[in-house]
Design a binder for this molecule. Structure first.
Ligand code: ZN
Ligand code: FE
Ligand code: FE
Ligand code: ZN
Length: 267
């Protein structure tokens, strides 16, 4: 098959992934990919924010690990990305992170819908049970729309992450999707086909095929990511994701280098 780049993968610095970037590259080469991008969980202005991201002092080591993978595999393209949490009020912090290294892209992800609730955290299922799903999904997409218009990101991560544990609203969420997608189109931000959803309770790619059809209608661009937290997950379900994109009518995917975009034909 013709592969695309895999732009979403993690390192042990976030405390819940295994394998160094070199191992992810080795797996990518074995599969026949020609490029990957690392995108570990960004540090926050406070290191005690949560327990699933790198500390501020680790950012330099993260970049060093990516550079070590590049040195070990000079025949292979390894991009330096970051999965950055979008939280309103942290825009200055995100700009500060952007100024520190030669990034190829930032993935903007919404995990937090409030000061203390990261909605994809399996330890916080009790929060889901306390809230009406539509209220949570509305908040989530409001933040995701702000992330799209912030100008801080090339790519928006796992755009319907709120479905992870199958707390689906009874209401029609199409207007929430459309508002976000119009913002992504207007601000020229890509969304990723993130295959990790297939490995979660929801058993469905992020975002859903129906969501992707709307994205296509709005003219939103795409990338691909496995959200690998282990080398064995690199390129997971890419055949499915690439076929799905093609079926829906996407003709190109986006390549990023130095935060500049290129369109690559999807064939
Ligand atoms: Zn993670
Ligand atoms: Fe994420
Ligand atoms: Fe991730
Ligand atoms: Zn992710």
């Amino acid at each position: 098959m013709n592969w695309t780049s895999d732009y979403h993968m993690h390192t042990p610095l976030c405390h819940h992934a295994v394998g160094d970037p070199t191992d992810y590259v080795a797996q990518a080469k074995a599969l026949g990919l020609s490029e990957i991008g690392m995108s570990d969980h960004s540090p926050m202005p406070r290191d005690d924010w949560d327990d699933w991201r790198m500390a501020q002092a680790d950012l330099v080591e993260y970049v060093a690990k990516v550079n070590a993978a590049r040195a070990a595999h000079p025949d292979f393209s390894v991009l330096l990305g970051l999965e950055v949490d979008f939280i309103p009020g942290l825009e200055g912090w995100i700009k500060d992170l952007a100024s520190r290294h030669d990034w190829d892209y930032f993935i903007g992800s919404v995990h937090y819908v409030s000061g203390h609730w990261d909605l994809d955290n399996p330890k916080k299922l009790s929060e889901w049970r306390k809230h009406d799903p539509f209220e949570v999904w509305s908040l989530y997409f409001q933040r995701l729309t702000q992330a799209a218009t912030s100008g801080l990101f090339e790519i928006i991560g796992h755009a319907d992450l709120c479905k992870k544990f199958c707390f689906y609203p009874r209401e029609d969420c199409t207007p929430l999707f459309n508002t976000f997608l119009q913002a992504a189109a207007d601000c020229d931000v890509a969304i990723e086909l993130n295959t990790a959803g297939l490995r979660k309770d929801c058993k469905e790619i992020y975002p859903s095929p129906a969501f992707l059809k709307l994205a296509r209608k709005h003219g939103v661009r795409i990338t691909f990511g496995s959200d690998a937290h282990a080398p064995s997950e690199v390129g997971a379900d890419f055949a499915y994701a690439i076929n799905l994109a093609r079926e829906i009518g996407f003709t190109h995917w986006c390549r990023f280098k130095g935060r500049e975009r290129q369109f690559v034909p999807l064939n």
